[in-house]
Design a protein around this ligand. Structure first.
Ligand code: ADP
Ligand code: ZN
Length: 225
């Protein structure tokens, strides 16, 4: 008789803004039954709910700057210790700094877990700019579309809920340039950190959503099933 061992699985997605982390993280979370943890979505939700944390965070986000580690950490701690996260998570947009990486290691260690895989989605700069330029998201449910790559059935209307589609304030070209600078300075060094641990797999982020998803899934085969 063989015992089924299902343990928690924690996967970090890294990549520049616009690499498709959000789209792919949702699909991976569904396929592997993991919790999708997007700090960007969590922060936008804090803003929408007009919390104190949200109003503090917004001042940084509209400029394309990072929200201070401490604020993001505070927001995340409770969630990671929750029942919803107990089967493991796909982290999307976290960690973004070496301090955040250390915090994540610490929390997972408390839970007797560790990062099982780090997947880097690589996309050239020119592609990033055009992707962000055409990106539209639903003001109601947060679903993400692209004017040419993944257009909604009806112009300006969300396929999922009928909500109005709009451009994220920080997807404007000037802010995108700053987000790329911030990414290079603060987040890119994490690639070396995870590479040295032998944890990093690089995946080509060019091509359709299904194509990229197939590559990510192949890279993860060893993780759960
Ligand atoms: P993208 O991946 O397309 O850059 P996100 O939705 O992940 O967008 O993040 C949007 C903004 O939210 C960032 O530019 C930053 O201001 C803030 N943010 C999200 N996650 C973090 C984080 N882990 N640390 C600091 N700031 C964050
Ligand atoms: Zn919607």
């Amino acid at each position: 008789m063989t015992a089924m061992v299902t343990r928690a699985c924690d996967i970090v997605l890294l990549g520049p803004p616009g690499a498709g982390k959000g789209t792919q993280a949702k699909r991976l979370a569904a396929a592997f039954e993991l919790l999708h943890v997007s700090t960007g979505d969590l922060l936008r939700d804090e803003i929408a709910r007009r919390t104190e944390l949200g109003s503090e965070a917004k001042a940084f986000m509209v400029k394309g700057e990072l929200v201070p580690d401490e604020l993001v950490g505070k927001m995340l701690m409770g969630l990671l210790h929750s029942q919803a996260a107990s089967g493991g998570c796909v982290y999307d947009g976290y960690p973004r700094t070496t301090a955040q990486a250390a915090l994540l290691d610490g929390v997972l260690a408390e839970l007797a877990r560790r990062i099982d895989a780090v997947l880097f989605i690589g996309v050239p700069d020119e592609v990033i700019i055009s992707r962000m330029d055409g990106r539209r998201s639903c003001s109601e449910c947060g679903a993400v579309f692209h004017l040419t790559g993944n257009p909604p059935r009806q112009d300006g209307v969300c396929d999922a809920c009928g909500g109005a589609l709009g451009q994220r304030e920080d997807d404007r070209a000037e802010v995108v340039v700053e987000r790329l600078r911030v990414y290079r300075h603060y987040t890119q060094p994490l690639l070396d950190l995870y590479r040295h641990r032998g944890n990093l797999t690089e995946v080509d982020g060019l091509g359709g959503v299904d194509e990229v998803f197939g590559r990510l899934r192949a890279a993860l085969e060893s993780c759960r099933r």
